[in-house]
Design a protein around this ligand. Structure first.
Ligand SMILES: NC(=O)c1ccc[n+]([C@@H]2O[C@H](COP(=O)([O-])OP(=O)(O)OC[C@H]3O[C@@H](n4cnc5c(N)ncnc54)[C@H](OP(=O)(O)O)[C@@H]3O)[C@@H](O)[C@H]2O)c1
Length: 282
């Protein structure tokens, strides 16, 4: 068996950053016929496959899994990996499994983590908080665009947030993969410090050169608004108010994880998508 890595989810938001780091080591990327492969490094080997079928594991010793663990693919995949003689695997889960709110995918994700943990693989699981950085994220890039247009932001709840910058997470994936101490361990990984939502919004506004006025909206009113407008779900609104702060001390100890602050990450993101005050034309 050669010492080759297969990266699953390589064309995703996080996966494309991990791909840049692993391509130089000769890793292969799992891609579907519909995948947008232009996000991958030019000379990276592409292996056609789909998580709904068995994967092309010939010559693969290590799997890095950056697709969702919430669709039921992981338990059968783990069995396939054991059968194919894959020995090492790093899986990206999520701190969303800690939510106290109803969640359709939580049970599937827990089952996936459990299948990994009870396998014979030399596994590591990383659980990131919300991931941001670049126009490809589905959260902070939208907030930055909104704050640039509207100097007023409705604040519903003021829970703690600790988003992780995508490059810090991609570095963590590779560091965890390389560190023998991470064998058969689970790590929460997050941004440098937790911020209350009001500070997160103010910091994001600062990154696009705006002062923002925050208008407090009672949680129940926001839930009702969500029901009426159907722009977001009531669960998404309730999740805004839930604390999402996590210690990453184990990750720092075992593989040197040292994430950047939200202020630094969001400033880089604003620059990258052309919204920083220095680059703005309006
Ligand atoms: N984004 C966040 O804020 C966040 C927060 C916490 C945890 N996470 C976790 O972090 C990981 C990466 O998230 P992400 O936002 O980077 O994901 P993403 O952008 O949605 O990427 C998903 C990847 O999975 C691939 N994929 C989906 N279904 C597949 C299938 N049937 N067969 C093969 N490949 C398939 C996609 O391929 P195609 O390109 O072909 O669609 C894509 O490469 C996930 O485990 C997610 O749960 C994300």
């Amino acid at each position: 068996m050669s010492d080759r890595v297969l990266l699953v989810g390589a064309t995703g938001f996080l996966g494309s950053f991990v791909a840049r780091r692993l391509a130089v080591r000769g890793a292969a990327a799992l891609v579907r016929t519909t995948s947008e492969t232009s996000v991958l490094p030019e000379r990276m080997e592409l292996r056609r496959g789909d998580l709904n079928r068995s994967l092309p594991l010939d010559g693969i010793s290590t799997l890095v899994y950056c697709a969702s663990m919430g669709f039921g693919h992981v338990p059968p995949l783990v069995r396939d990996l054991e059968r194919a003689g894959v020995t090492r695997a790093v899986f990206i889960s999520t701190t969303a499994i800690f939510t106290g709110l109803p969640s359709a995918s939580r049970a599937v994700r827990l089952e996936a983590e459990s299948a990994v943990q009870s396998s014979a693989l030399d596994w590591t699981i990383l659980r990131p908080t919300m991931i941001y950085g670049t126009a490809r994220d589905r959260n902070i890039s939208r907030l930055l665009r909104l704050l640039r247009r509207w100097p007023v932001f409705p604040l519903c709840g003021n829970g703690l947030w600790q988003p992780i910058y995508v490059e810090d997470l991609a570095d963590a994936v590779v560091a965890a993969l390389d560190s023998p101490q991470t064998s058969r361990r689970v790590y929460n990984v997050a941004g440098a410090q937790p911020l209350v939502l009001a500070d997160l919004v103010r910091t994001a506004a600062h990154a696009v050169g705006r002062n923002v006025s925050l208008i407090r909206v009672p949680l129940q009113a926001a839930v009702l608004g969500a029901r009426l407008t159907r722009m977001v779900t009531p669960e998404q609104v309730r999740r805004l108010a839930e604390d999402k702060a996590f210690s990453y001390a184990d990750a720092t100890r075992d593989f040197g994880f040292e994430p950047r602050s939200f202020a630094e990450g969001v400033t880089r993101e604003a620059e990258a998508i052309g919204l920083s005050p220095a680059r703005r034309t309006v």
